[in-house]
Design a protein around this ligand. Structure first.
Ligand SMILES: O=C(O)CCC(=O)C(=O)O
Length: 193
């Protein structure tokens, strides 16, 4: 059965505005942002956002049919990783960065439940820049409640298990937004022993 609510911990303004400004600027500069493409019904489309996958050695990850090349951690992502790990009481070995250039960039409905990810670990999501709405809905559409979580500059959202098993999430377009937004989701990839 789908739990009535997803297991979320939301810390608004988890990092103060001045430091969040510095992280936003620093990440825009130092991350090797990529324009990836996906195939839908045989047609190739540019993803509506730029992305980058950073991870420890051996933490490969596939989603939307993409095999993500692993980029090394940068000084800033290493520092942020340590801060997020302390807040979440959880070590993370990988990070998906999304760069929404303006309100036309978005992410469709999905769950972060790929076989590579540890289903017992939380996913920690840090937002920087323009405020946007994360929507969540149960996988079983019969109970089609859609929740909205407004994610602002410096917010940290923890999605605890079993959220990914029962809920999907999306970041819809918001056409009035001109400003950029970054989202960093720290994850635990299962590494073969
Ligand atoms: O940008 C967001 O807040 C959502 C990102 C997301 O859903 C993901 O990385 O899986």
């Amino acid at each position: 059965m789908t739990p009535a609510t997803p297991c979320l911990r939301h810390w608004r303004g988890w990092v103060g505005a001045a430091e969040a400004d510095g992280w936003l600027e620093g990440l825009l500069q130092e991350v090797p942002w990529k324009q990836e493409h996906i195939s839908v019904y045989g047609r190739r489309h540019a993803m509506p956002r730029l992305t980058c996958w950073m991870a420890d050695t051996g933490c490969g990850y596939r989603y939307s049919g993409l095999e993500n090349a692993i980029e090394p951690w940068t000084p800033l992502t290493t520092a942020i990783r340590q801060r997020v790990a302390a807040a979440a009481a959880q070590d993370f070995n990988s990070l998906l960065l999304n760069f929404y250039r303006n309100g036309r960039d978005a992410m469709g409905w999905h769950a972060d439940d790929e076989a590579e990810l540890d289903p017992e670990a939380p996913i920690a999501s840090l937002s920087l820049g323009a405020s946007r709405t994360l929507r969540l809905r149960p996988r079983q559409r019969a109970t089609a409640t859609t929740l909205a979580v407004e994610l602002g500059h410096g917010d940290l959202l923890l999605m605890d298990p079993p959220t990914q098993r029962h809920w999907m999430h999306a970041l819809p377009r918001r056409l009035k937004v001109d400003a950029p937004r970054l989202n960093l989701t720290f994850r635990v990839v299962r590494v073969a022993a």
